[in-house]
Design a protein around this ligand. Sequence first.
Ligand code: ZN
Length: 273
Amino acid sequence: MKTKISLLLFTLFAAACTGRASDTIPLFDAHLHYNAEARGPYPLDHVLDLFRKSRVTGILANSRPNEGTHALYGARSRDLWVVPFIRPYIVQPDRYTWFNNPKIFELIEAEEKRGYFQGIGEFHLFGDDARSPWVKKTVDFAVSKGLYLHAHSDEKAVDILFEHNPKSKIIWAHTGFTTEPEIIETYLNKYPNLWCELSYRYDVTQEGMIKPSWKKLFEKYPGRFVVGSDTWINDRWGQYLEIMDGYRHWLAQLSRDTAEKIAWRNAESLFRR
Ligand SMILES: [Zn+2]
């Protein structure tokens, strides 16, 4: 009986320790937008404060138009590492047409000349739209400049992007949004330059517990996942602390090494220059 009680106490203690460790684990936000409509209600000082409060020490930043990203990059500091990506949109409806618009390709070329961008995206691209010659040009441009792509895409578009150029490096926004863990695994095996971002993947957990199929995937491929807020509308800025804490909750249910990789170490390996 005594042994059982000590074992129980030990388990509770270990759980509490894990919980505490995860409460403070730093996070890299690999899916952040700072769009025009966010800048009024969420001025720069306010968002920097949100990063501090949520222990987000790095961000993969992009915005529509790109001025929001320029502002965030200008605010980088010892406490906030900013990895800027070129958003191929000027106005919101560009998300439906950018892949057939030569002006957007010009925008990408012009932004790249700033010299500090590390990727292109997030962009939306589905199915055969990925076959557009302007997408092929964008992919080849990214490879030639060493830029990542941040693709909100279905499985078919991911296949086509890699067909365009097998040297592409792709961050898969939302990991396909609904793609099942078994399929994700086949993609991870097929494409060594594919990394999965997990915003909006509320299906990772059930009643607060990480599902076994996801847990298995994370522990088997710890180097292939990152997390993000996806502040695509102002509501998401309002929920920022909660969203980032949600990750800490399930990261605490993984091995420490895997949790740290997904939380921030993978971003370090991918983007630190
Ligand atoms: Zn997004």
